[in-house]
Design a protein around this ligand. Sequence first.
Ligand code: IVH
Length: 695
Amino acid sequence: MSVHSKSSSAQSVAERAAELRDQLHHHAHRYYVLDDPELPDVEYDKLFEELQAIEAEHPDLLTTDSPTQRIIGKVLDGFTPVRHAVPMLSIRTETDTEASGAVAFDARVRRELELDESDPPIEYAAELKFDGLAINLRYEHGVLVQAATRGNGETGEDVTQNIRTIAQIPLRLRGAELAPPVIEVRGEVYIRRDDFDSLNERQRELIAKGAKNEKTFVNPRNAAAGAVRQLDPAIAAKRPLSFFAYGLGAVQDWTIPPTHSGLVDALQAMGMPVSVERAVVHGADGLVEFHRRVGAKRDDLPFDIDGVVYKVNDRALQQRLGFVSREPRWAVAHKYTAQEQMTRLLGIDIQVGRTGKLTPVAKLEPVFVGGTTVSNATLHNQDEIDRKDVRIGDTVIVRRAGDVIPEVVGVVADKRPPDTQAFSIVAKLQSKCPVCGSEITREEGEVDWRCSGGLFCAAQRKQAMLHFASRRAMDVEGLGDKLVDQLVDSGLIRTLPELYKLGVAKLVALERMAEKSAQNLVDGLERSKKTTLGRFLFALGIRHVGETTAKDLAKHFGSLDRILDASVEQLLEVNDVGPVVAQSIHTFFAQPHNREVVEQLRACGITWEEHDGTADNAPKPLAGKTFVLTGTLPTLSRDDAKDLIEAAGGKVSGSVSKKTHYVVAGAEAGSKLDKAQELGVVILDEEGLKALLPP
Ligand code: IVH
């Protein structure tokens, strides 16, 4: 089935409409009934919009069975059908992801209500558009009696057994004594991103142990839908489902609050989980601002959203606005740019990392996803390639969320061309490093293949040099990846100490190297010589020795010579150093060539202050305290603030939780500040932080 054949001249508009209907029925069945989509949602939406556009232009082509005219989905044999007392509607989607999408909705509402410019702005309830599946929860006299999926909107499926396993969903409402005879709560079942990751982790373990019928999931929405529609509730119970309430179904003898926001508050008071990310806003400006604010924190949310939802807040106005073909005129879903897209996998390159790790990288037909054009995406390792059965020539789903490296999350199985072959890193490389030709190896129990060439390998040399020069290591200004490529490729530099022997004269001989940049680099190198033992150790790039371990080693031993001579047992005495790390450090310094590099670097004039190893005596007023930094502080850089807090004995963490003691917030602080306020964590500005530090 060809999805992309757009209406050619040979194909009449009527034929195209019929083709689209068939395709949409097919994909809706895969998506809604089988929970096994062949297309990412955006592709489905594109087909849907194309059909809607044709029908709008040619009303005579509109058929009663068009997917645009009803909400699709058949009931599976295994579940009892449930006829909804009040149909479960869908909301119109605004796919203009810019502010203009919100402005257009407000304009439409005002037009329908026949308001003119002198009338005040409309009040809206703005919410998140959760990416899970809609559920109707029926409570009779405060007790959960039935949970049903949306199905086709008229009739869904009875999934009470499975829904009862969701701890977040109350089996009895708060204040049940006063609860009405009937109240139906509507909302979304979804899976948090961290839960999704652990779920897939568990699935991978099961598969590794030989479980036959297990698979990993492409995204949280899929996993949630699959879990809710599991025939065995014991399996559903193991799936980490969550729920947010956002609406109402049938009610008896209950006075519905006059606004939507009031309704959600009432649901919350009854014990239903509702999102904190909601607001009552006014007019188009309010909608635009909400869309922008949520968009800025989208990647920091613990779950996926694909947009926000605006609802006219006043229920009386909602009634005046009414419905068009099963969609309320008073609500709209305003989307964000998609984080997943489909594209073709043209090839697979293998990259060599700093520690020799070989990473397969997908070469893609360029595609716009998550706000940029992506043509490379990571495939992680051989196990991941096998698990997803990714083959060159496949149509793949690429995901790019926030600053995360784009990744291939899955393959669109029915679009596989004939004659593809399973991909093997070993076969492709013929067991040799693509950069230096050394043998590649994989240790028992490891997922990654590695080049065994060490610093003989130019790729590893380059990465090692970049790491050495990086900001939190030796902090050599002016040494970026282009220059490192040039230095290594020209043969000018083979070892780290040679960096310090570069003179301006040698540098200007390089292509495109001006005297000024050459001088800047030489100055940068000179400045980097005065450093700390922790930075120096981190810069060496010893496997498993990150910044914190390096600092701990420096603090514990106080001098480099004591570290060079430390036994594994002595290394194990260091804070947070376990057997793997201790062994790695020991092995590193046991290699004569590593010792030589260290000696040469010292001979170049790299210095730091040492102490006798009996720990530092600086006061530690912040011992045991955890800080989170957010936003831009007026004078301190983030690194400086971190160093100061750590020097005073405190810890700096990346996310706010109940265990956070202080959040230090600067300008343009984001969701971390909101979270801190929500949890009642103490919030400091730069001055407040300085006041806690020793003089
Ligand atoms: S309200 C009459 N609010 O989007 C309006 N729906 O096509 C009924 N959804 O089936 C839905 N977040 O699965 C509403 N804050 C939200 C939502 C939301 C996600 C889903 C829901 C619904 C679909 C609408």
